[in-house]
Design a protein around this ligand. Structure first.
Ligand code: ADP
Ligand code: MG
Length: 753
């Protein structure tokens, strides 16, 4: 029996206009794509251009910040002095000043149009949270007055019961308090319809446990200062100016048009594409890196920077990154706590301003498979107002000896706590980046550069003689050649690199808060400095003459014990993996491997000893991060199933049907049809369906006894099953008729601007 099969195109024509590249109203699943492309190519700016000559940038800097200058102008002298002592010297806050500060702050904010104030805090999700309250209170006589008391400034009580706490709070005892952080200035957040006074705060439970990212940053900074002072004292610097850790985070991100973004459920819900074949032209030409910045993007950057400037965030550099559609922004470094708050504001601002320019800012570590991911290089050092940067090699031998002690302390810290450094950058997103031959490997090592490697090499070999430039090298006694600021060449493959006067931790993910990495660096270096100071104090016993030989002994001991962490070679190579394992270095490949390291006894001991995190606080963090990992993978898996079933499968069978129809119709009129493509399509459709079923089953198998177990299951079973679905879907993308394909392609998202 022969049936007449009506060709697909014809059947569609009866119900609507034909699909196709050229037609304006396609009837296939590709309509969203076509509409997006049309919208992108017709983009017109909707905002008034900024005029920088009317308001020069320098007039804008910190315009919305309750800065030291504003405080000086508005506060009585003793109160101002007391605040500055807390901010700059880390002295205990005198809470009796709060009422006066609050009143000055309120007046200032109201002059700037504020109607509300908000305690801003940083929950463990890595996001920024804020609770807004009006300044107005009814006065009982039918009117209201603007009020803001010292106690409202110092403490708030948001109902933060839904924030993750890793078991510290039950929802029925959900009291959490926000506490004013004087060291991070209040600022005004603008909105076209009014402004809000924002007060950075720490977020703690009613039992006093940290529920946030800020509290441990502050605690770790104090620990680092305490220990660093001991080394400075040994070297004769007794002024005790606060030694702060400093941070300069370089943020990478992607920009794509919002129309593409909203046509991709995976980008909207997971922040990354779960499907998408590699474009014919990727980044291999390197023609995007440092290339001219497209006009719309540059307009966005100018406005972002202007907004950040108003908030007192010292943004400095901007450029195109390696991948098409990828960019970077970096501020000048600041004290770690301030840098952390500013980094959060920077991410919020990037997202907000991108929307205004019709774009979506993607901060995910790997929004596009096969295309470079995004990291956040956290430049880290420590220094004080009197001593400057303590990781600056300087040019006098005396300073060099001191520098070498601090540097050795960092080397020892990274060696001893590799696992912790790996754990604090672990996340579902960053797993797609670390170790993927474009970002640092999951093995933590230090790049020291030729100069320093040479110096430490000599110390290891006895330390007495050096042939570096002129003179001999006996640390601190004879002439040590001044180290150049740029310690040799760059190495882009190292996760932790010395870059002249600071270390650059490059394994941090673009979407992560920098708080965790900073807490870890501050704490491990504090522990190491503690160790070094104790050794030196013991060896010198108050005899400053013996300091230099004690330093010599200490340095050679550290380099002998911990030198295995130094690696200047190619971190992407397979040979490094083999060598690293021979050296006994950890290689924690995934989040499921790395996170449990937070429970290692030495990590617990470290945080407890330096009062950075209690055992319970640490445990709650581990639990929260594991939970987040599992939730992320589960959402992605659900999305994969949904998109595969409702978008990709339908497109595939429509095309399959079209091919089958053509085949049948050709046969009717006596032609042969080469069924190769139909065969491939049919087999892929089958494989797609089967792989969806496997993923579905992987998700419903819930044998996990605890979160570590569940994370393992996500990592070892669910993620590979997702990849398989993707593989078939991406292959289908390569054969299904373009006008039927429902998802904006990589090529469109990355190249149509
Ligand atoms: P590159 O891309 O060459 O690494 P960038 O200029 O993009 O350099 O970023 C370097 C970052 O390092 C900047 O944020 C800079 O302020 C920061 N930095 C410089 N000195 C220090 C320091 N002492 N402590 C912390 N960060 C620093
Ligand atoms: Mg860099």
């Amino acid at each position: 029996m022969s049936t007449t099969i009506i060709p697909e195109a014809e059947s569609q024509q009866s119900s609507g206009p034909a699909a196709g590249r050229g037609s304006s109203v396609p009837s296939s699943g590709a309509s969203a794509r076509m509409a997006a492309i049309a919208a992108v190519t017709n983009y017109q700016p909707t905002t008034r251009p900024l005029n920088f000559s009317e308001t020069p940038t320098q007039d804008l800097f910190s315009a919305n910040v309750f800065s030291k200058k504003v405080m000086k102008d508005r506060l009585p002298k003793p109160i101002f002095k007391s605040l500055v002592a807390t901010i700059e010297a880390g002295e205990k806050l005198d809470s009796s000043v709060a009422d006066i500060v609050a009143s000055a702050m309120k007046d200032w904010a109201i002059e700037k149009g504020a109607t509300h104030y908000a305690h801003v805090f940083f929950p463990l999700t890595g996001a920024t949270a804020e609770k807004h309250d009006s300044f107005l209170s009814p006065n009982g006589e039918g009117t209201a007055i603007a009020e803001f008391s010292g106690s409202q400034l110092i403490q708030g009580e948001p109902d933060g019961s839904s924030f993750p706490t890793g078991g510290i709070r039950q929802t029925f005892e959900a009291r959490g308090y926000t506490i004013w952080d004087v060291t991070s200035p209040a600022y005004i957040l603008e909105n076209p319809n009014g402004t809000t006074l924002c007060i950075p705060t720490a977020f703690v439970s009613w039992t006093g446990e940290a529920l946030d990212k800020k509290t441990p940053v502050l605690r770790s900074m104090e620990a680092l200062n305490r220990q660093a002072q001991r080394i400075l004292t040994l070297f004769g610097h007794e002024d005790s100016a606060f030694v702060a850790s400093t941070a300069g985070p370089e943020q990478e991100y992607f920009l794509i048009d919002r129309h593409f973004f909203f046509a991709r459920p995976d980008l909207v819900n997971a922040g990354r594409t779960l499907f998408g074949a590699k474009p014919p032209k990727g980044q291999e030409f390197d023609d995007h890196y440092f290339g001219a910045i497209p006009e719309r993007v540059l307009a966005f950057m100018l406005e972002t920077e202007r907004e950040l400037f108003k908030l007192g965030i010292p943004v400095k550099t901007r450029h195109n990154e390696v991948a098409p559609g990828q960019y970077e922004i970096a501020p000048v470094f600041e004290s770690a706590n301030l840098a952390t708050d500013h980094q959060q504001l920077m991410m919020t601002t990037l997202r907000r301003v991108a929307e205004k320019y019709g774009m979506a800012c993607l901060m995910h570590e790997k929004p596009f498979a096969g295309v470079n991911g995004s990291g956040k290089h956290v430049n880290w050092s420590l220094g004080s107002s009197s001593q400057g940067n303590l990781l600056d090699p300087g040019d006098t031998p005396h300073d060099n000896a001191q520098f070498l002690v601090f540097c050795a302390a960092v080397i020892r810290a990274v060696y001893k706590y590799q696992g912790l450094l790996r754990a604090v950058v672990a996340s579902a997103g960053n797993d797609h980046r670390l170790g993927a031959n474009e970002a640092p490997p999951a093995i933590i090592s230090i790049f020291l550069g030729d100069q320093l490697t040479d110096v430490f090499g000599q110390i290891k070999a006895g330390g007495a003689n050096s042939s570096l430039e002129k003179g001999t090298l006996t640390v601190g006694v004879d002439v040590l050649p001044p180290l150049p600021k740029d310690a040799g060449d760059r190495n882009r493959t190292s996760p932790f690199a010395f870059t002249g006067n600071r270390f650059e931790f490059r394994a941090v993910g673009s979407n992560q808060s920098i708080a965790g990495p900073l807490v870890a660096m501050n704490a491990i270096v504090a522990e190491s400095i503690d160790y070094c100071a104790s050794q030196l104090e013991k060896a010198t016993q108050g005899d400053p003459e013996s300091l230099h030989s004690a330093v010599q002994t200490l340095l050679s001991e550290v380099i002998n014990e911990c030198g295995a962490i130094i690696f200047n070679g190619d971190g992407y190579s397979d040979a490094w993996h083999t060598e690293a394992s021979e050296r006994g270095l950890l290689n924690l490949k995934t989040t499921a491997d790395a996170l449990p390291y937070l429970q290692a006894p030495e990590v617990q001991e470290l945080f407890e000893k330096y009062e950075v995190l209690s055992e319970r606080e640490l445990e709650s963090r581990l639990e929260t991060y594991l939970e987040q990992y599992c939730m992320t993978v589960n959402v992605e898996a659900q999305l994969t199933i949904e998109m595969a079933r409702t978008m990709i499968f339908p497109a595939a069978i429509r095309y399959q049907n079209e091919l089958a129809a053509t085949c049948a119709n050709l046969k009717l009129v006596g032609y042969e049809f080469d069924t190769d493509t139909l065969d491939v399509a049919t087999s892929l459709v089958k494989s797609l369906q089967d792989s969806i079923a496997v993923l579905d089953k992987a998700m419903s198998e819930d044998g996990a006894v605890d979160l570590v177990d569940e994370a393992r299951h996500c990592c070892d079973v669910v993620l590979p099953a997702m990849s398989t679905v993707r593989e078939y879907a991406d292959e289908l993308e390569g054969i299904v008729a373009d006008d039927l394909w429902p998802l904006p392609t990589y090529q469109e998202m990355l190249f149509i601007k």
